[in-house]
Design a protein around this ligand. Structure first.
Ligand code: DX5
Ligand code: ZN
Length: 216
């Protein structure tokens, strides 16, 4: 599978969201990556359902919603209504993860699980056949513009190997510090979705930057 590129709206200009969305619409990006933070699971707070709903009106690509919130199971239907197509919860934030995954799928979305840098990919073995996507965090979640953690490569390789056995169609998404310096090697290692926030939105020409990430 050709890899996908998902620009992270976290680094967009929030005062010009419609313009930023149109930029992504007109680029080679595949998904919108949307980071929801609660000031509890992570130190930062971003936005919630009303902002996602407003963005959805202008967007023409799927919404990959990354929940960095405690007990995400409380809000599954709300995010569906707001426009999420893929809903990703953190392994560390949902005690009854299996049930949460089933609820996401029953609500009609693809289900993802994100893992923090300290969480082993092998902890996902018993849930891997049930999910559509794994987000390997390559920074500690909470902020854009952080430095990529190199140990991510080993995790991608291990997850890829496990996915080949258990779930060959799995999306292996990398989130945090992705640039043209590591994108090619990540895809070589087995990643098939690259999230990029600051690298895209802080560049001179975001449409070209997205294109560069797409054509490695
Ligand atoms: C971090 C978020 C990321 C963030 C990535 O907690 O999950 O999606 O936007 O930003 P960059 O690409 O700047 O590291
Ligand atoms: Zn994210």
């Amino acid at each position: 599978m050709k890899h996908l590129v998902a620009p992270s709206i976290l680094s967009a200009d929030f005062a010009n969201l419609q313009q930023e969305i149109e930029m992504v619409n007109n680029s080679e990006a595949d998904w919108f990556h949307i980071d929801v933070m609660d000031g509890n699971f992570v130190p930062n707070i971003t936005f919630g359902m009303p902002v996602i709903k407003a963005m959805k009106k202008h967007a023409n690509k799927p919404f990959d919603v990354h929940l960095m919130i405690e007990k995400p199971e409380r809000y599954i239907n709300d995010f569906k209504e707001a426009g999420a197509d893929i809903l990703t919860v953190h392994y560390e934030a949902s005690t009854h993860l299996h049930r949460t995954i089933q609820q996401i799928k029953e609500a009609g979305m693809k289900a993802g699980v994100a893992i923090n840098p300290h969480t082993s990919v092998f902890l996902l073995e018993d849930i891997l056949s049930e999910i559509d996507l794994v987000t390997i965090m390559s920074v500690n979640p909470g902020f854009g513009g952080q430095k990529f953690i190199e140990n991510t490569f080993v995790k991608v390789e291990d997850l890829k190997e496990m996915a080949e056995e258990i779930n060959p169609n799995l999306y292996i998404e990398i989130d945090g510090g992705v640039t043209n310096a590591n994108a090619y090697d990540l895809v070589e290692a087995g990643a098939n979705v690259l999230v990029a926030g600051s690298f895209v939105f802080n560049s001179k020409n975001p449409v070209d930057t997205i294109k560069d990430l797409k054509h490695l």
